[in-house]
Ligand binder design. Structure first.
Ligand code: AMP
Length: 215
């Protein structure tokens, strides 16, 4: 199964991907995670992406398309779920081209959420620089304020979760990524999912929709 997950930053794409991966054995391919790993490892790709990411702008299509084509080649036969890619119509066209007719995307999950909910979610998000665990200053507090429950590391705010950058990321999403929903409606099955509910409700809904494809 090949799935594309669309939704504004902070809509809960990462959480839903984890559920789908656990249920269907798909490979989770997150362009944001791959970029962050490259930055942490100090690769050329990571250095090129850095300034765009910190400003909340998109990394140029050419860099992303090459990076994701390589990642997709390593996916298992069960398939993959794309999280954060494609993010522009150019990227979607390149993806379709590289998959060919037999490999077309089976479903697009479109997580819908209001900007105000996203702003509160993202600016309150804190994460552990060591193990990657994610918390929220109001909705998912660590046991000891500011410290990771798992390893005691000091929690940090991602540079791109600060209020100014979040506003730019949302603006970028509406201008460059939202048009993809209509792009995919023309040729693929698109499931619209209200993502402002709690993650378990969203998970149950996503699961129900995906079952219709498996049958
Ligand atoms: P994410 O974790 O998916 O929100 O991605 C974090 C940042 O990585 C984004 O704000 C962009 O700067 C960059 N990025 C991730 N995926 C893409 C993509 N498909 N195209 C361009 N830039 C991307």
């Amino acid at each position: 199964m090949k799935i594309v997950l669309l939704g504004a930053p902070g809509a809960g794409k990462g959480t839903q991907c984890k559920n789908i991966v656990d249920e269907y054995g798909l490979m989770h391919l997150s362009s944001g995670d791959i970029l962050r790993r490259n930055r942490a490892d100090g690769t050329e790709l990571g250095k090129k992406a850095q300034s765009y990411m910190d400003a909340g702008d998109l990394v140029p299509d050419g860099i992303i398309i090459e990076m994701m084509s390589e990642a997709i080649k390593k996916a298992p036969p069960e398939g993959f779920i794309l999280d954060g890619f494609p993010r522009t119509v150019n990227q979607a066209v390149a993806l379709d081209g590289s998959l060919g007719e037999d490999g077309a995307i089976d479903a697009v999950l479109n997580l819908e959420i209001d900007d105000s909910v996203v702003e509160a979610r993202m600016t309150g998000r804190r994460s552990c620089p060591q193990c990657g665990a994610v918390y929220h200053i109001e909705n998912l507090k660590p046991k000891v304020e500011g410290l990771c429950d798992h390893d005691g590391a000091k929690l940090v705010q991602r540079p791109d979760d600060t209020p100014e950058v979040v506003l730019n990321r949302l603006d970028t999403y509406h201008r460059q990524t939202e048009p993809l929903v209509d792009y995919y409606r023309k040729n693929s099955t698109v499931f619209d999912i209200k993502a402002d509910r709690n993650p378990d409700e969203v998970k149950a809904y996503v699961s129900k929709e995906l079952q219709t494809l498996v049958k």
